[in-house]
Design a protein around this ligand. Structure first.
Ligand SMILES: *Cc1c(COP(=O)(O)O)cnc(C)c1O
Length: 369
């Protein structure tokens, strides 16, 4: 058997007719950037998240970057970020001219540990970016309480968590603003790059909108030195089709995750931990073991494709050499990078495939390894 890490063709096969209709609508409209499809998608995605505003942008990194800038954060400022995240979270801060200050995660949820945040706050700190890693919401009440005490903005990196719930509220409305990615592999993915910002703050939404469109509200009138990072009509039209499936596909991910949690319990792997207030959407199903590399090879030999999220934490990347954080400087993030393995998961994974992955893991353990 061959189990892909994520099947990107099956979802589009399921929606082939509707996606082609959406494509034809845009093709025939003669209008390809900032038009009706984007407007409609922004309304529909804001409604889905329960947010007052949504602004489409070019990708998830730009969504976060525009938020940081729209918060007035720049040179000389510091922004608290998780030590274990995709590098985009950090880059959004750096591209605005500010400095990312890493804080270690909770060793069970892998999300930023609220108890460790306060020690990292300095007079220059302006914001906290909480990442809902692997599709599981961060502990937003605790983070908002700290931010409130210190007058900081709270930004959600929701790139992995479309539809996830924190205490019965959807991510995307839990801080000052949230950045989403519609990269094809995300829970809501376009057929190319795309992203969005959601917020309940009308002024912040307007600043993001202006910044992402050349600093312009009226064509050829430029208020600030803006960027060109817009969701295009075609991706918006395709996303509108896929948004209608998001909840049912997230439910199917939950079924796969529940099967893994049940079948792998007591099997020697550290399984995902879900706090009682979290309703995760299982962008990834990441397990932890000190013998990660050997397990990955064993599964690969059996045709099971896994991935590592992420093999090198941002502070150990050459891109962040200037922070001069030594090896061992962020031990939890570093241990996670050595021990995490993401198993195949997706809405189109068959029950037989899940059982096969579980059997391959059992076989690995019986081999005494
Ligand atoms: C994917 C991702 C991003 C960036 O999104 P892009 O659309 O690829 O720019 C940011 N943060 C996290 C946690 C992500 O997983």
């Amino acid at each position: 058997m061959n189990v892909p890490f994520l099947d990107l063709k099956a979802p589009h096969e399921e929606l082939r007719v509707e996606l082609r209709e959406a494509f034809d609508r845009v093709l025939d409209s003669g209008w390809y950037v900032l038009g009706e499809e984007v407007e409609q998608f922004e309304r529909e995605f804001a409604d889905y998240c329960g947010a007052a505003h949504c602004v489409g942008v070019g990708n998830g990194l730009d969504a976060l970057h525009m938020i940081v800038r729209a918060c007035g954060i720049g040179e000389g400022d510091e922004v608290i970020v998780p030590s274990n995240t995709y590098i985009a979270t950090w880059l959004a801060v750096s591209h605005a001219g500010a400095t990312p200050v890493p804080v270690e995660p909770d060793a069970r949820t892998y999300n930023i540990a609220p108890a460790s945040i306060e020690a990292a706050i300095t007079p220059r700190t302006r914001a906290i970016i909480a990442v809902h890693l692997y599709g599981q919401p961060a502990d937003m009440d605790a983070i908002n309480a700290i931010a409130g005490r210190h007058g900081l903005k709270v930004i959600e990196d929701a790139a992995q968590a479309h539809g996830a719930m924190y205490k019965n509220r959807r991510v995307g409305t839990l801080g000052d603003a949230a950045g989403f990615s519609f990269y094809p592999g995300k829970n809501l993915g376009s057929l190319g790059d795309g992203g969005a910002v959601t917020t309940n703050d009308p002024a912040l939404a307007e600043r993001v909108r202006v910044l992402s469109n050349y600093g312009s509200r009226v064509k050829y009138h430029n208020e600030v030195k803006g960027f060109n990072t817009r969701l295009d009509e075609l991706q918006a039209a395709l996303l509108r089709v896929k948004l209608r499936r998001l909840d049912s596909w997230n439910e199917r991910r939950k079924v796969v995750a529940a099967a893994y949690l049940d079948a792998l319990a007591g099997g020697g792997l550290v399984l995902p931990y879900v706090p009682e207030w979290a309703d995760p959407v299982w962008h990834l199903f990441a397990v932890r073991t000190p013998r990660r590399d050997a397990l990955q090879v064993h599964l690969q030999n059996g045709g099971v494709h896994t991935m590592i999220h992420y093999p090198i934490p941002p502070h150990r990347q050459p891109a962040y050499i200037e922070l001069a954080i030594p090896a061992g400087g962020l031990p939890i993030a570093e241990a996670i990078s050595r021990e995490m393995l993401s198993l195949p998961i997706g809405p189109h994974m068959a029950r037989g495939q899940v059982e096969y992955v579980v059997a391959c893991i059992a076989e690995y353990r019986q081999g005494g390894r």
